[in-house]
Design a protein around this ligand. Structure first.
Ligand code: ATP
Ligand code: MG
Length: 899
């Protein structure tokens, strides 16, 4: 029976577990604590600190399958994807690891055993490359590896091939750990004639496995020194080895891809690979039918989008989010343009990907809903501009063709980007398809101008500091002062372990142990002081680098030497940060309670002043929902529930029902579990319990938070909302400030707070009236609300705001002169209501209607009283909001009298 890729993955892991390796789950695609990296792009990312000597683990042999994306930064395979059949943007890298334990002998022997013995690959089709050395740099050839291939395997000696520095020498960066590597390639030609094609970029002979032997350290001066601990780092693409074992020549013919392509085929008339005439139509290579390319691009990108979004990367306009958006748009365009697919379709592929991989990577199953919502929205919004962009491009291309030019101006490419959302590589591909090129320099220049204007800057630092020691920071959870010793400091990107700092110097100090919390998991780094006999350093911020904590600050007094004993005092603002962190967990819990289980944390920032919490939710939270969230969280604060912290193995923590982890964080074997309300495992299934994997600092009980007050709720990206809130002293300050504001406004309006809203509404209405009927020369006109006939002429009821009693009387006079038999006018003057009634002598005499009776009947409606003569009367009232009601009463009263 044929092995499935699922089997192959499992067999790889088993093989190395049987040889003493510990299985380590894949790190997140979002390298949270490594700003130098756009996406996880190799198995070694999560072990980098070990190689730098800045971290240790409780195992020396590891095996893993790492989720990788190579679509930006140092490794970018995006443009090959779809064109060839063995580079993906997202792939799994299987790896075995030795951290200072076994070295080349075992690595080579086991690789050979697994490939040829366990999986039965034909030995005559395998090639091993070894480093040939580079005299110019004083690098020796890897004779050891060459000898071992010949000795510990039965590979055909003529299949051991030399490779140059580019292919066979691996370096992590400008400085740091490095060493030669040995790659295993496979000859997929029909007749086994591929010997000359190794490392020639030919799809018929491709690399499947890279064994890296880390044995040197490159110092700042460029010199190599042998490492005391030598390491093994290997990487093998699951999709490629799957293809080989399943006897195919294309990764897209494996069971990882065929179901996805079949789903695409339900959306279009095209049949993948049908034109090749091959018996297995999925197993085509180098087919240049653009529709086949489109199917590959879409299948590949659907996986990338699903996995990236499940790890919390959200399409946006900068950094990794923008790379993701470009990938989505590239796939969307291929589908529309070449496969005639209408409307969102990538979203329909997500369930297939989840089906294929959801058991091995539960995060894609758990966040499937969030992924589909986000993809659908992105596709819909891109769809709206895509057709118009394609049209603009077509017009521009036609124009160029007519004038026999072949370069699309950079300005046009930028326009396509800025107005229609076309990433420049998309434009470039479209241009290539029409035999054109893009003026990329011109595009870059236009982009740079745009960036300057909008102040967008890349947020990725590029330096890694090597040689940092591992530091004990277990005291960070207590806030007591701690005695420690200075080991050195980082200045200008380098770690120095001798010399001295004097007053005014800025540096990031390294201590042998610390109680400072280094920024991580969304909690900001602590501020505070390092104190010693005759000196003081103010710590502005504490940052984590591997297993080391950097205390960044400035020497305020005295001088500081390596070896100096210092007293570490963390600022008391840490207590506020603790309040905010515990409150963040309550908020996370309350949001799910109030809005539903789809709410997932998408990021957070917890500092002493406030907390910010981002979460997935596709619409605005209503004021009622927000009030409920706030109420729920505060109920638990008032209940003064205990907050407990437990350390347990990751596997055990994952079994707890309802446990939440901030994705993107690195978890070693042991994790820290923070529970609010209970630490009784039996009660954990209860939704009342808020449990998270979290390394942050927390209050011992919820009561200490005091009060949680939400300040705002807003959108930060498609499908992501942000809540900003304060607690403790911040909440008290908020309450006082709000009270002060209310008092000021109340005084200005001369209205008690409870009636301010009414008052403002009335004023707004008044202003609207005034705008409609501006007072001409002080003589505002009557806004007639009702007209009633009488035997001696019309009776008018209406309002005139903003005048005084005199102006209102004048108005009544004017209307009387124009023939009205009676006039009743109400108006808002200042914060009072004024009512005036005038009745003609004829009307009084003929009907007995009296002005005094009229106002007396109406005034109570606006909370007032008054009276006067039969022909003229006036009253005051104090309820402007009910003036219209009063006017209705006035017309009802007169209507009744005259009926
Ligand atoms: P290539 O030269 O084929 O691009 P590479 O030298 O970039 O490969 P490594 O960085 O050594 O590859 O990665 C280790 C292994 O990961 C490779 O041997 C290969 O099996 C796999 N791999 C690398 N890049 C990709 C990719 N874009 N898609 C699928 N598998 C890949
Ligand atoms: Mg590559």
């Amino acid at each position: 029976m044929k092995r499935s890729c699922r089997d192959i993955r499992a067999e790889f892991i088993r093989f190395f577990e049987d040889r003493g390796h510990t299985f380590v789950p894949s790190g997140s695609l979002l390298p949270a604590d490594d700003p130098t990296l756009l996406f996880a792009n190799a198995g070694m990312n999560q072990f980098k600190e070990i190689f730098l000597g800045a971290a240790t683990r409780d195992y020396v042999r590891a095996v893993n399958t790492q989720k990788c994306i190579r679509a930006g930064g140092k490794h970018n395979d995006l443009e090959d994807v779809g064109q060839d059949t063995y580079h993906h943007t997202f792939f799994e890298m299987l790896g075995n690891w030795s951290f200072g334990d076994y070295f080349k002998t075992e690595a080579i022997a086991w690789a050979w055993e697994l490939l040829t013995d366990v999986w039965g690959l034909p030995k005559d089709r395998l090639y091993a490359t070894v480093f040939e050395g580079e005299a110019g740099e004083g690098l020796e050839a890897d004779a050891e590896a060459r000898g071992l291939w010949a000795r510990v395997t039965d590979i055909d000696p003529s299949h051991i091939i030399d490779g140059d520095k580019k292919d066979n020498f691996w370096e992590m960066g400008e400085t740091g750990p490095c060493g030669p590597c040995s790659e295993i390639h496979i000859d997929l030609t029909d007749d086994g004639s591929g010997a000359g094609l190794v490392n020639a970029g030919d799809a018929r002979v491709i690399e499947i496995w890279n064994l890296v032997f880390i044995q040197y350290n490159r110092g700042g001066d460029g010199k190599l020194t042998p490492l005391p601990d030598r390491h093994v780092d290997t990487g093998m693409g699951l999709e490629r080895i799957g293809m080989v074992i399943q006897g195919k020549k294309s990764n897209y013919a494996t069971d990882l891809f065929v179901p996805v392509i079949e789903k695409i085929e339900t959306l279009t008339d095209h049949r993948y690979g049908a034109s090749s005439g091959k018996s297995d139509r999925f197993d085509v290579t180098g087919s240049q039918d653009i529709r086949d390319v489109a199917c590959r691009v879409i299948a590949d990108h659907a996986r990338t989008l699903t996995f990236a979004m499940a790890d919390g990367i959200i399409p946006s306009n900068e950094g990794r989010g923008y790379v993701l958006r470009r990938i989505l748009r590239r796939a969307a365009r291929y589908g529309r343009q070449y496969l005639d697919i209408d409307g969102p379709f990538l979203v329909k592929l997500v369930p297939i990907v989840v089906d294929l991989m959801g058991d091995v990577f539960p995060e894609v199953a758990e966040r499937g809903r969030h992924v589909t919502d986000t993809i659908r929205e992105e596709e819909e919004s891109f769809g709206r501009t895509l057709d118009r962009g394609i049209e603009l491009f077509r017009r521009q291309a036609d124009e160029l063709k007519q004038t026999a030019r072949t370069v699309l101006p950079g300005g046009v490419a930028f326009d396509l980007y800025a107005t229609y959302g076309f990433p420049v590589d998309l434009t470039r591909i479209m241009a290539t398809e029409r035999g054109l090129t893009v003026d990329v320099d011109g595009y870059d220049a236009a982009m740079a101008r745009h960036r300057e204007l909008s102040g967008v800057e890349s947020r990725f630092k590029t330096e890694t500091i090597s040689g940092l020691p591992s530091v004990d920071d277990s005291a960070k959870y207590a806030r007591e002062a701690l005695e420690a010793t200075v080991l050195g400091w980082v200045e200008g990107g380098r770690y120095l372990t001798q010399g001295a700092l004097s007053t005014g110097d800025e540096a990031a100090v390294v201590l042998d142990r610390t109680n400072f919390y280094g920024e991580s998991g969304g909690q900001v780094g602590d501020a505070g002081h390092l104190l010693w006999e005759g000196g003081k350093l103010a710590v502005r911020d504490a940052q984590i680098a591997g297993d080391c904590v950097l205390h960044a600050g400035v020497v305020e007094d005295g001088s500081l030497k390596v070896g100096q004993a210092v007293r570490c005092e963390v600022d008391s603002s840490r207590l506020d940060t603790m309040r905010n962190h515990t409150a963040t967990h309550l908020l996370n819990w309350a949001l799910r309670e109030a809005l539903g289980d789809h709410v997932n944390q998408a990021g957070s920032e917890v500092g002493p002043e406030r907390l910010r919490f981002d979460f997935s939710h596709t619409r605005a939270v209503t004021p009622d929902e927000l009030a409920r969230v706030e109420r729920l969280a505060n109920e638990r604060i008032l209940a003064d529930e205990p907050v407990t912290v437990g350390i347990m193995p990751l596997e055990e923590a994952q079994k707890i029902e309802g446990v939440r982890a901030m994705f993107g964080e690195k978890y070693a074997g042991q994790v820290r579990v923070v529970s609010i309300g209970t630490d009784d495992p039996a009660a954990r299934a209860d939704r009342q319990c808020a449990i998270e994997l979290c390394a942050g600092t927390h209050m011992p009980r919820t009561g200490g938070i005091g009060l949680l007050k939400i300040l705002s709720e807003e959108s930060v990206a498609k499908g992501v909302r942000r809540i900003t809130a304060v607690t403790g002293a911040g909440a008290v300050a908020w309450a006082q400030q709000t009270e002060r504001l209310v008092k000021e406004v109340s005084a200005a309006l001369r209205t008690p707070p409870a009636r301010m809203a009414e008052r403002v509404a009335a004023m707004q209405k008044e202003m609207k009236q005034l705008r409609k009927h501006p007072a001409s020369g002080g003589a505002a006109d009557l806004a007639v609300a009702a007209e009633v006939d009488s035997p001696v002429g019309k009776v008018l009821v209406g309002r005139m705001d903003g005048g005084d009693a005199g102006a209102m009387r004048n108005l009544c006079d004017r209307r009387r002169r124009k023939g009205a038999a009676a006039v009743f006018v109400g108006g808002v003057c200042g914060e009072k209501v004024m009512l005036i009634a005038m009745v003609s002598r004829e009307l009084v005499d003929s009907t007995g209607v009296k002005a005094g009776d009229w106002v007396k009947a109406v005034a109570p409606v606006v909370g007032g009283g008054g009276g006067g003569k039969p022909t003229m009367a006036q009253a005051g009232g104090k309820d402007p909001a009910r003036l219209d009601e009063a006017l209705k009463a006035a017309s009802a009263w007169i209507g009744e009298k005259l009926a």
